[in-house]
Design a protein around this ligand. Structure first.
Ligand SMILES: C[S@@+](CC[C@H](N)C(=O)[O-])C[C@H]1O[C@@H](n2cnc3c(N)ncnc32)[C@H](O)[C@@H]1O
Length: 184
């Protein structure tokens, strides 16, 4: 199995991806947006959970796009379009993405605008990862305005590490997982 090529800020830790994707509720055949894809690791895990996804991986940084391209090739991710640029612009019109079922947002610059566009594209479920408290507040407020706010989960993971032949735990940075669901 290939190692994932990393970039600054990614890959997202596997435990955070696991909780995020469990909240997202992907189904086979969904159209999935990985907004601020970094390394593409969330898309790679998403395609292990649901079959026949159509993936749109978006990032504004060249190094992230290159890493995603390499990782998708190494992990044999199919049906994926990698899009370069500001997410709120790329989600603005019907081209290249006309509708979305589920979105994971790991890149939170312009989060209010991104959420608006995802709702316009009929996303039934949106999960945002945030580490800054200001981003968490902005995300909750935007989701409430759009009538999609569901919950926030604060996840703090500690990982085992060897010490003097025994085992201690080292904390990872806590992450807030903000969940939005289309009201039915
Ligand atoms: C924390 S990293 C994401 C890590 C990723 N989930 C992974 O597993 O590799 C955030 C990424 O979002 C991108 N980003 C942030 N805001 C963005 C926006 N508004 N549009 C496009 N990309 C954005 C950054 O360039 C960065 O690569």
């Amino acid at each position: 199995m290939s190692e994932i090529v990393s970039v600054s800020g990614g890959p997202t830790k596997p435990e955070i991806i696991a909780v995020s994707l469990s909240k997202l509720g992907l189904k086979d055949g969904d159209r999935f947006a990985d907004v601020g894809c970094g390394t593409g690791s969330v898309s790679i895990e998403a395609s292990r959970i649901a079959r026949n996804l159509t993936i749109y991986a978006i990032d504004a940084r060249k190094e992230a796009l290159l890493a995603t391209e390499t990782n998708f090739k190494n992990f044999r991710i199919e049906n994926a379009t990698i899009l370069a640029g500001e997410a709120s612009d790329l989600l603005n019109s019907a081209e290249p993405i006309d509708s979305i079922d589920c979105a994971f947002v790991g890149g939170t610059k312009n989060i209010g605008s991104i959420l608006e566009k995802l709702v316009e594209k009929k996303a039934r479920s949106i999960v945002v990862n945030a580490v800054r408290i200001e981003t968490v507040v902005r995300t909750i407020e935007a989701m409430k305005r759009l009538g999609i706010f569901d919950e926030v989960v604060h996840v703090a993971v500690s990982r085992s590490a060897p010490i003097a032949g025994e085992t201690m735990f080292k904390p990872e940075n806590p992450v807030y997982i903000v969940v939005g669901k289309k009201q039915t």
